[in-house]
Ligand binder design. Structure first.
Ligand SMILES: [Zn+2]
Ligand SMILES: [Zn+2]
Length: 145
């Protein structure tokens, strides 16, 4: 068994048997172990719009129960949900605008975001309504109020 670094993901690569119909790499000698395992068990290789997903997120765990053939679309949805779950499990001070910006939509973070929006509109509203246009003499009055 050989491990070849493939981009930043480390998938396990193995020698491809002659009869293997799936995608081959490195002069056609190697293939992904998870593809080969799936093919051995189910007789299917992923098509151009399909991927073999590692259910536990560990790309080196190529045991049968961990492999799942799904569409590319379903796959990116699964991983987006996973990233969101990881994000939400990180310690994060809720009720802060930073947590909101990091994607948290709990009631405390939503309330803080709404509060900041109101404050922002209030500041902008004061400036546009209260600015004395073309009368710089009155600007000191405006600033005191
Ligand atoms: Zn996956
Ligand atoms: Zn939150």
């Amino acid at each position: 068994m050989t491990t070849i670094k493939n981009g930043h993901d480390k998938y396990v690569m193995v020698r491809a048997p002659n009869e293997y119909p799936g995608r081959r790499y490195h002069n056609g000698l190697y293939c992904y172990e998870h593809h080969l395992n799936y093919w051995n068990l189910h007789g299917i290789v992923p098509g151009p719009k399909e991927v073999i997903h590692h259910k536990d997120g560990n790309k080196r765990n190529n045991a049968d129960g961990n492999l799942e053939l799904i569409s590319r679309v379903a796959h990116s949805i699964a991983h987006a949900a996973e990233r969101r779950a990881i994000l939400l499990s990180l310690p994060m001070p809720h009720g802060t605008i930073n947590a909101y910006k990091r994607g948290c939509r709990c009631s405390n973070c939503r309330a803080e975001n709404a509060k900041q929006c109101r404050e922002y509109r209030w500041r902008v509203g004061i400036r546009t309504k209260g600015r004395p246009r073309g009368s710089p003499g009155h600007s000191s009055n405006w600033e005191k109020e």
